[in-house]
Design a protein around this ligand. Sequence first.
Ligand code: ASP
Length: 335
Amino acid sequence: MFFLNSLEAWTKQEFEDFFRSVWVVKNNLSTPQGRVLSQSALSHVHATLFFDQPSTRTKMSFMHACEFLGMHTYYFDGGASSSSAKGESIQDTYRTLGAYSDVIIVRSSDKNLVLDMRQDFKAWGYNKRIIQAGGGSEFHPTQALLDLYTLWEKSFLEKSSKIEEKTFALIGDLKFGRAIKSLLRGLQVVGAKKVYLVAKKGSELPAENKIEALNSGLDLVETSSFEDVIEKADVFYIPRMQSEYESVSSDARQGQPKIKTPDFVVSPESLSQMKPDAYVMSPLPRLQELPEEIDTDQRAIYWEQEKNGLWVRIALLHHMCKDLILKNKIEEFGA
Ligand code: ASP
């Protein structure tokens, strides 16, 4: 696999194999010896992170993941210090990245940028690996992989029900939340059955995403009431309100959107009504929808998701660059 944008091309078996490889990576690289060995796996490979939108976890975990594998890693924001400030087109900018890098990890407000990049690289004869690390309000496949891995690990270690047996509640900003849309695609592949879409008017999941999910056989139930699902769902997935996609309001600080008040909040009271083995998940950052008081509840697993993001991204990079690994390093690495 040289390209990752969306998860619908994966099979259920590929998910299973991938989660097992994440588990191996996580265990191997938790030891100093494992870390030293992994350093030589891809030390001749060059990776560039091209991010034109803000990021903390995706950026840091990809940077660390590349470093874990010994890659030479560069960060480029395409901003004022680049030739785009002189008017260079985005196409010429990413051709330049392609000229120097083996792997390009992209976050952009343009959901089609990685697809365009792939087309352009084909035309140019560049055989580069491209990873979508957040595209507009539509794609965030590595987030979905780490979300699903976290649940897979829970069922594997704690013998809780499998992902496909769980009932999901996707809550809040379903209109702009790209993590939600990628997760929904992942749930289609693993064969999840029931998904509640909990959104207020104006924040509902767009029709095309709904149609895609329905066509795959998912049972979608829409509601605007958190109360309706609070005792029924096994997994509550709640991103922040994606205020940056709304027009900037007049009282917003210059250049920054006004942060929207969440439509739903997972309060200690709401937790008390959830099943004892439910999970509360978030792609983070969290704002007011997840008050700090609930962090210590064992059902709040968003900080576990954050940690798993590193192992998932190492396993993904390793998987996508497998053919570049020098032969004798494959066995040493063990995944
Ligand atoms: N970090 C996630 C993303 O980049 C979620 C968020 O920003 O709310 O989409």
